[in-house]
Design a protein around this ligand. Structure first.
Ligand code: SF4
Ligand code: SF4
Length: 334
């Protein structure tokens, strides 16, 4: 489907596989039999779920209280959900919110100062309860949290990369048929490109802060003679941040290229339309020249005595104005 088409949004009910403890409570509770599972994941069938919310409060972990806004025509299928290790990042209908977080590490205590609830902060404690993350002290909790933030940024970048691919296909591939040419909407494409560039810049900013933080942590860990394992985790974190920053830069460059390509396409399209208008003007030039020389200077003009000549002439003028307008609209030139 073209990016220009209006998308009907569905708030799809999902289960977070990272938090779910596979207790089966939701499946037993659901009156619509919308929940099923395999040996790996619990999943919600978008076609059956009626949003009654009966499953939300019995869930002991909150894994069932997960939602994603998706194209109503393309909800996440059961096979897709069954293969997930974690929930996919939200699409552009709900762009991630970036805001500063301050970490204060004093002895064995970690304090965070923040003004919203980032996803990583919500999922990390639940995951830490379930899986052994080695969080036994303030510094290991800080590292675990930073790892969760980096994972989240990686998800966001992955989703942004897929969206950029879709925009790229929309620009370069579906251009051959007349119908696709009519359907394209450069304004929407430019808006989409702008949103992705905003997202990539925000992720890059976050990664630069994380890079500085990881550098500082490595220094502190060396000075405080922290365990080998902690220092290895900081090193891996630092490497992950670096490679994600590279990927964010690559994505930004690709977005800039797409912006240039879209502007080039707009220019080509405008030139093609102006060419058509110029040719039409040249075609009508000789008849106009003949009419301007001879005009109505004839003794016998049949319509002069015709009873309906005047309304016919007015009607003809209106139709001759409407017809080109209709044709230009139909071709997408106006
Ligand atoms: S009730 Fe919650 S934790 Fe239990 S299986 Fe369902 S989603 Fe998972
Ligand atoms: S919201 Fe209702 S229908 Fe949907 S999965 Fe939960 S219990 Fe089932």
């Amino acid at each position: 489907m073209s990016a220009s088409q209006a998308v009907e949004v569905l708030r799809q009910h999902l289960i977070d596989p990272e938090i779910c403890i596979r207790c089966n409570t939701c499946e037993e509770t659901c009156p619509a039999h919308a929940i099923s599972h395999d040996s790996r994941n619990y999943v919600v069938d978008a076609a059956k779920c009626n949003f009654c919310n009966d499953c939300i409060s019995p869930c002991p972990t909150g894994a069932i209280d997960s939602w994603r806004q998706v194209d109503k025509a393309k909800p996440y299928a059961l096979v897709e959900q069954l293969a997930w290790d974690s929930l996919p990042a939200q699409t552009e209908v709900d762009d991630p919110l970036m805001s500063p977080v301050t970490f204060a590490l004093a002895g064995n205590r970690l304090i965070t100062i923040r003004y919203h609830e980032p996803k990583a902060f919500k999922t990390f404690p639940l995951r830490a309860e379930k899986v052994a993350t080695g969080c036994t002290s303030g510094d290991t909790i800080l590292i675990g949290l930073l790892e969760a933030i980096v994972d989240r940024l990686a998800d966001i970048l992955e989703r942004a990369g897929r969206d950029v691919e879709a925009i790229s296909r929309d620009i370069f591939e579906a251009r051959s048929t007349k119908a696709s040419k009519r359907n394209r909407d450069f304004q929407e494409l430019l808006k989409g490109i702008g949103r992705k560039e905003d997202l990539a810049s925000s992720v890059r900013d976050s990664l630069i802060s994380l890079q500085r933080l990881a550098g500082f942590l490595a220094h502190v860990a060396a000075q405080a003679k922290m365990s080998k394992d902690v220092r290895a985790r900081i090193k891996t974190l630092s490497r992950d941040v670096l490679s994600l920053a590279d990927h964010a830069t690559f994505l930004s460059q690709k977005i800039s290229f797409l912006l240039d390509a879209t502007l080039g396409m707009i220019s080509i399209e405008q030139n093609a339309i102006i060419k058509i208008f110029s040719v039409a003007a040249v075609i009508f030039l000789p008849p106009t020249l003949v009419a301007s020389i001879y005009g109505m200077n004839f003794d016998i003009i049949p319509e002069l005595k015709w009873e309906f000549g005047y309304p016919f002439a007015i009607g003809l003028m209106v139709v001759s104005a409407i017809l080109p307008f209709w044709y230009f609209r139909r071709r997408g030139w106006l």
